[in-house]
Design a protein around this ligand. Structure first.
Ligand SMILES: [Zn+2]
Length: 303
C-alpha cells in the first residue's frame, strides 16, 4: 500500500499505535513503494464506489458520506475515496463531501439499482425466528454492541492490502445480498457470504487487523470482529471456537477461530461480512479468490 509521509505522521502521532505496529512487524507505514490495488468499483446498493478526488495536497482530505467518515487512500498519485454503499440505499445521485485546509468540496456519484435474488429458509428452532420477550431484551442489548463494532472508526490502517484472502476454504453456500424469508417471514437481506465447511475447520484472518469485539450472540453465535482500519471491519459468525481476544492484533493468515454452528444456523458454516463506513459490502469486490472460483451454489442454504 502506498502511504505518503503525511499519512505516516498521522499514524505515528499515537505512540501506542507506533510501538504496537512496529512490534507487530507491519511495514505498511515504512514502505511507500508497495503498489496498492483498489477493490472493484460497483456503485450499487451493497457495492463500493471509488471516487477520485481532485485534492492534490500531501495530507489526505477528510471525506464524509451521510455525515460519516469514509476511507481515503492514495492510488497512482491521487487521493481516492472508497465509499461503502448500504444495501438499503436508493438508486440515484449520492454525494460525498471532502474537507481539506478549510475548504469543502462536494462530489456526486450515481448509484444504480441492483436486484438481489430471494431466498426462503426453514428454521426448526422457532425462537430463532420469533424470539420471546427475554430473547428480545438480549437481542437488543447485543445489537448495540454489534452496531458499535461495525460503526467503529480508526484513522490508522492495520492492513497493507485491500485484496483480502478467503478466511476459510469451503463451499460458498449463500451469496451476498439475498432477500431473505425465514419460515416465510421477511427478514433483513443477507449482508455477507456463507462458507460451509466441516465443524472445526480453521478460520483465518483474511488480512491483518485488530480484534475489536468477540462474544456469543443470539443470532450470530460465537463471533469476532476485526478492524482493518479506516472503517473497514470484518465480522465472523457461528464459530465453534473463538481463538482471539478483544484488542489483539492479528496478521493475515493467522487463525482466529473454527467453523461451528452456533446461533441461528441450518448447518456448520462461517457467515462472513465485510463492512466499509458501516455499510455491508459484497465480498466479491475485495476478495479476488471469490471472483476466480465463482461456483455459487444456493441449493444447501445455511445462514
Ligand atoms: Zn450468512
Amino acid at each position: 500500500m502506498k502511504l505518503k509521509s503525511d499519512q505516516m505522521n498521522y499514524c505515528l502521532k499515537s505512540k501506542h499505535i507506533t510501538s504496537t505496529l512496529l512490534g507487530f512487524g507491519l511495514i505498511v507505514f515504512a514502505n511507500q513503494s508497495q503498489a496498492l490495488e483498489l477493490p472493484l468499483h460497483d456503485s450499487v446498493p451493497g457495492g463500493i464506489a471509488i471516487i477520485k478526488l481532485n485534492e492534490s495536497a500531501e495530507v489526505a482530505p477528510k471525506v464524509n458520506y451521510k455525515n460519516k467518515p469514509v476511507m481515503v487512500i492514495k492510488h497512482e498519485q491521487a487521493w481516492h475515496a472508497l465509499v461503502g454503499i448500504p444495501l438499503a440505499a436508493k438508486d440515484g445521485q449520492h454525494s460525498i463531501t471532502s474537507k481539506h485546509a478549510g475548504t469543502n468540496h462536494s462530489y456526486s456519484f450515481q448509484v444504480s439499482d441492483k436486484q438481489y435474488e430471494t431466498q426462503h429458509l426453514t428454521i426448526k428452532n422457532k425462537r430463532k425466528v420469533n424470539p420471546n420477550a427475554d430473547d428480545m431484551k438480549r437481542i437488543n442489548r447485543e445489537r448495540k454492541k454489534i452496531n458499535a463494532a461495525l460503526a467503529h472508526w480508526d484513522d490508522n490502517f492495520y492492513t497493507d492490502t485491500l485484496q483480502f484472502e478467503l478466511p476459510v476454504q469451503g463451499r460458498l453456500s449463500s451469496p451476498f445480498g439475498l432477500r431473505r424469508f425465514f419460515n416465510e417471514q421477511p427478514r433483513r437481506p443477507h449482508s455477507g457470504i456463507d462458507i460451509a465447511a466441516p465443524k472445526g475447520t480453521p478460520i483465518n484472518a483474511p488480512a491483518s487487523g485488530k480484534v475489536i469485539l468477540t462474544g456469543e450472540f443470539f443470532f450470530n453465535g460465537n463471533s469476532a470482529f476485526i478492524d482493518h482500519g479506516q472503517g473497514l471491519i470484518t465480522m465472523y459468525c457461528h464459530m465453534d471456537s473463538i481463538q482471539v481476544t478483544d484488542g489483539q492484533l492479528v496478521k493475515r493468515g493467522e487463525q482466529i477461530g473454527s467453523i461451528g454452528m452456533t446461533g441461528r444456523v441450518t448447518g456448520p458454516h462461517l457467515h462472513w461480512s465485510i463492512s466499509m463506513n458501516n455499510a455491508r459490502v459484497d465480498p466479491n469486490l475485495i476478495v479476488p479468490a471469490l471472483r476466480q472460483t465463482a461456483q455459487t451454489e444456493t441449493t444447501t442454504p445455511s445462514m
